[in-house]
Design a protein around this ligand. Structure first.
Ligand code: ARG
Length: 285
């Protein structure tokens, strides 16, 4: 498909300005508290991403950052939202546990129907909507029981995938959803497609992905290692890391329009573009 044929879909996102960003604890292999962080730089880079979304015509809502919760900038982990229903997050590590209620308060105040989680889950970090199906990651953060819970909340098919490499501890570090949910669901011209890093999954999960997404873009280890897959697509424009050169070429070949935004400072916390972006589907406010 050519770029002219790829249709951009309007998105509504939730973001959090990294005013309190720092790396003071280690809950993933990227986080090294001894390495200095530059909060002002993190804010500047984040602002770039925010401005890019607005320039593309997307809507961005903001949640107030809370002092002492440096990882709150990674809003993808704050919940999972479809059709105005917000399934809340229940974080694996103590350091992030208070974020769960903070995000649920925001959802409530903004008119979402909040479902409180019983099971440990880290929101859209581990749940990705592809067409009508929820791809759900486990192995490091969200539990297998949360996959059942998210299926009950949304009444949709859930496909569990096992992450095996600690560098790619959330599903959104190993899979990028390229096409809009409207694709297959509304009989549109686009097939819901993904890009993924095969190395991040066990054999069983790789086989599932191969079978379900025969046209997927397979991303190289080099591009995966710079969080190339941690990107945000609107069906036409795909915001990616400037270091993911191979992925950029693959996207162009398929008619997508890659746009590079550098979040190197936020990578020190183990997060990238997608981690800083929570999709608000079926907004009610
Ligand atoms: N420091 C955060 C953590 O380890 C980074 C979260 C990245 N978020 C994501 N959606 N992958 O929890």
């Amino acid at each position: 498909m050519s770029t002219d044929e790829r249709r951009q879909h309007q998105r509504r996102y939730l973001m959090c300005r990294p005013e309190h960003f720092t790396v003071s604890y280690t809950i993933n292999p990227w986080m090294v508290p001894a390495n200095p962080t530059d909060t002002a730089k993190a804010v500047r880079q984040w602002q770039d991403l925010y401005d890019t979304y607005l320039a593309l015509g997307h809507e961005v809502e903001l949640i107030d950052p809370i002092d002492g919760l440096p990882d709150m900038v990674y809003t993808a982990n704050g919940g999972f939202v479809i059709d105005g229903v917000a399934y809340g997050a229940k974080f694996r590590f103590q350091e992030r546990v208070p974020e769960g209620p903070a995000f649920m308060d925001w959802f409530r105040e903004n008119g979402y129907d909040v479902r409180e989680p019983v099971e440990v889950n880290e929101g859209e970090g581990d749940f990705l909507l592809v067409g009508d199906t929820i791809l759900a990651g486990t192995g490091f953060r969200s539990t297998g029981d949360s996959h059942r819970e998210v299926g009950d909340v949304f009444g949709r098919e859930v496909v569990s995938l096992n992450l095996v490499n600690p560098t790619f501890y959330h599903l959104d570090t190993a899979i990028a959803v390229l096409d809009p949910v409207e694709g297959i669901a509304n009989g549109g011209p686009e097939r819901a497609n993904i890009a993924y890093l095969p190395d991040a999954f066990d054999e069983v999960s790789r086989a599932i992905l191969e079978e379900r997404y025969p046209d997927a873009i397979l991303v190289s280890s080099q591009d995966g290692a710079v969080f190339g897959l941690n990107s945000a697509s609107d069906g036409r424009n795909v915001i990616i890391s400037p270091r993911a050169k191979g992925f950029e070429t693959q996207l162009r070949e398929r008619g997508y329009n890659p746009i590079a935004v550098d979040l190197s400072e936020l990578l020190l916390g183990g997060g990238g573009i997608k981690c800083c972006t929570l999709e608000l589907r079926g907004a009610t406010s």
